[in-house]
Design a protein around this ligand. Sequence first.
Ligand code: MIC
Ligand code: SF4
Length: 650
Amino acid sequence: MAKTLTYKILEKHLIDGKLEKGSSIGIRIDQTLTQDATGTTAFLLFESMALPRAKTDVSVSYVDHNMSQFGPENHNDHLYLQTIAAKSGVYHSRPGNGICHQVHLERFGKPGATLLGSDSHTPTGGGISMLAIGAGGMDVAVAMGGGAFYLTAPKVIGVKLSGRLPAGVASKDIILKLLSILTTKGNVGCVVEYFGDGVKSLSVPQRATVTNMGAELGVTTSVFASDAQTEKFLKAQHRSADFVAMAADDRCEYDSVIEIDLARLEPLAAQSPSPDNIKTIKSLVGTKISQVVIGSCTNSSYTDLMMVAAALKGKTIAASVEFAIAPGSKQVMAMLAANGAMADIIAAGARILESGCGPCIGQGFSPADGTVSVRTFNRNFAGRSGTKGDSVLLTSPETAVAAALAGEIVDPREAGIDYKVIELPGEFLADDNMIQKPLSATEAEKAEVLRGPTIVVPESPKKLAESINGNVVLKCGDKITTDHIMPAGVFLKYRSNVPVYAKCVFNCFDEEGKPTFAERALVLKAGGIAGIIVAADSYGQGSSREHAALCPMYLGIQVVLAKSIERIHKANLINFCIVPITFSEPADYDRINENDELVIENLTEAIKGSNNVMIKNKTAGTEFKGLLKFSDRDRQILIAGGLGKYTKDV
Ligand code: MIC
Ligand code: SF4
């Protein structure tokens, strides 16, 4: 039978279960990546599960998120990560070397391999034909130790690309278009596979922009075939040996097909507060802007920034605009410096930020009140920029640079800019001097691991009680992101200290003068009452941060009751023994209020073998059915008291 590329890669890596759409399967993971904001927890859990040294082909620990270093916390984390990586058989990409996804694509990504990363944008690797999946740090720790990664064998959505992109229209516009069609909701359990004639003209960095922001669709991952473009990229990275051609079979069947004619695409933008709030640039022309930032793992490649440099050459940024660029990696930064492009960017008035996540995760560059910020990033959730009530437009670098020069949104096709077609260089500057190699097993035995006092080993989950007596601590609506649950920005530095970080859970909903979410939850916990969160559709969108499960667990949350829950977050909840239950009747959501007392009798019994459980609302005097949509393994993890205990037991 003709197969999709996704299923070909899955088949090669299958180690548990039957490869049938919808069933739970375990796959071998060839490579892992972690970054500092999720990595410290991942490594602390790796240590606490007493797993062996990394057993993957390649595991890399990156430092790219927490770079601001106000106070000792970030540097403590960096030193811990550097020393634990060396000891655990893991490569360590030092701060300054670049954003994990960009560097991984440049230096490690391999067509046909599986990659599991503790960051939701790990699917960037799909641009180089990897099956690259984002997950919580604990799942990555298990995979690093040689364990399988479990997922639902996906539906495959085929996206057929035809034609070529016109000047001024970018690969970012492909994924923005797809977000306008599929939205961020309802795509759990799918993989997006790109095919068709239009694919051939897209370089690996262009493809990586598309697969990167595919994360915003909520799909498991996105993937392109490995072809002449892939070979060209790998050759230029001095990695020809890693090339292997990979493609779907000719007449393979997709579960659904979406067609996009690149020649007819127009420049688009995602407007706050969601990456699927898509507008045409035409409809925004004339919008005054005060800030432009070009960077992030979506759009900070060498070709992106060479295009920006060419557009800026000899010009000056509009007086009303603050403009910054953050090159994706040391490789990109060094090449721009060497060929003079950086001089053109600086001369035009750009502020040069270091190679890292920076403003994308609210680490500085927050926009002024009431102003519009244009960013080439992938997320514009409310307040993520660090400014409450922010207005962020996510665009291509082509649109962003045109706006920076004009001081307002202009159609890049009519901006009088000659968008040069930037070819991949024949050779990238491939100097891995900032990638520390792991120690040998004998050297590692003697090696010391540095643990600063701000690094606190997270508490383990408690075993579930047979029945739950709980209270609704919060009722929230649709599309609650993990940024809502666990804010980053200035709080990011507390990632390695759960008791402190937990104080920030849901602080976006806290009101002045009233007890915070964390305080209310802790009062319940002290009284032996389980905390319950009630939500509507697509709960836990966005970041893979497992702190969105770990910190609520610390506060005594035991159940999340929602209309639907996103893949990575659902897995994180299970890993930390918080029971994700979905409403059988969506209307039951309307019949629950904050502070209602809910009783779930015989919950553990139900988890063991049933697909549903009855929930009594003692306050409202009603009863309704909750669904337990679990694989057998999910059930065993919950009964064991979380993935940590489960892994030690098996
Ligand atoms: C993000 O883009 O939200 C992050 C920060 O990269 C997260 C990871 C994290 O919260 O540390 C992600 O995408 O998973
Ligand atoms: Fe970093 Fe932003 Fe990419 Fe997340 S989305 S990895 S914060 S650059």
